[in-house]
Design a protein around this ligand. Sequence first.
Ligand SMILES: NC(=O)c1ccc[n+]([C@@H]2O[C@H](COP(=O)([O-])OP(=O)(O)OC[C@H]3O[C@@H](n4cnc5c(N)ncnc54)[C@H](OP(=O)(O)O)[C@@H]3O)[C@@H](O)[C@H]2O)c1
Length: 290
Amino acid sequence: MAKVAFLGLGVMGYPMAGHLKTRGGHDVTVFNRTTAKAEKWAAEFGGSAKATPKEAVEGAEIVFACVGNDDDLRQVVVGDDGAFAGMGAETIFVDNTTASADVARELHEIGKAKGISFIDAPVSGGQAGAENGQLTVMCGGDEDAYARAEPVIMNFAKSCKLMGAPGAGQLTKMVNQICIAGLLQGLSEGMNFGQKAGLDMEKVIDVISKGAAGSWQMENRASTMCEGKFDFGFAIDWMRKDLGICLAEANNNGARLPVTALVDQYYKHVQARGGNRWDTSSLVHLLQND
Ligand SMILES: NC(=O)c1ccc[n+]([C@@H]2O[C@H](COP(=O)([O-])OP(=O)(O)OC[C@H]3O[C@@H](n4cnc5c(N)ncnc54)[C@H](OP(=O)(O)O)[C@@H]3O)[C@@H](O)[C@H]2O)c1
């Protein structure tokens, strides 16, 4: 049992912190910017809630965070009353936010000067994966710190891997998002084509999902795409944040992302139709309604 802190109790963080308490039996202290959520969490899971990251991390061996983007992360880590101001030497900071590789390297360096090991550890598996404790976690950081953190991370994960140096976790998550973006546009075109052709799409999905076209997105999203249901899942605002990170990184490493850039523009179009919080499968909405 470890003394653990969790910063950021959103859709993902709330259940992840819960698993650290219920599955891991850890002593968990939480912080959330909107304090009512932290109080609700503490009442539900029996941990304690504090008003600032600095207070929440006091005495913690491992600190987790799952906030929005690079700037949010900097705010909870190195901002006024941020986590690094309250963490002792030989502690570990595990960041589950999807952020840039640059901010991971930056915070790793700042942490190192204070004896704090920073691990970038973005997750895949969505809200359902967080709630079921079945996330996939991709990490970047130092081997020793990773070895100490892995058993604690596994309380909310089905798989967790060290991918390499600081930033390697975020780079791996970028690959994940690039693969999903192009695939979802292909799936949208296939579903819309089938509907226009007058096929029974439940039968089509049933048959082709068992063949070479099968994917997680087809299994979990194709039916709702055909029904025009998007009010759930992974929000377009978050996906555009992630694709922005991928496109910026590609500018640095020279990779070409022509389809990813195009899909990002399609998402911008869906946002203009009010779809900011719609699931990423709503790309098909443009084909069905234009
Ligand atoms: N949702 C998914 O399916 C999914 C899947 C994989 C990865 N992710 C990634 O996981 C991260 C969190 O996603 P989520 O869906 O949990 O988001 P969310 O529900 O919007 O929660 C965001 C959390 O971050 C906190 N926060 C944001 N900005 C902050 C700041 N400047 N200072 C302090 N706290 C701040 C929010 O506090 P308040 O409660 O006060 O707003 C909230 O607790 C994102 O990077 C996202 O891309 C999400």
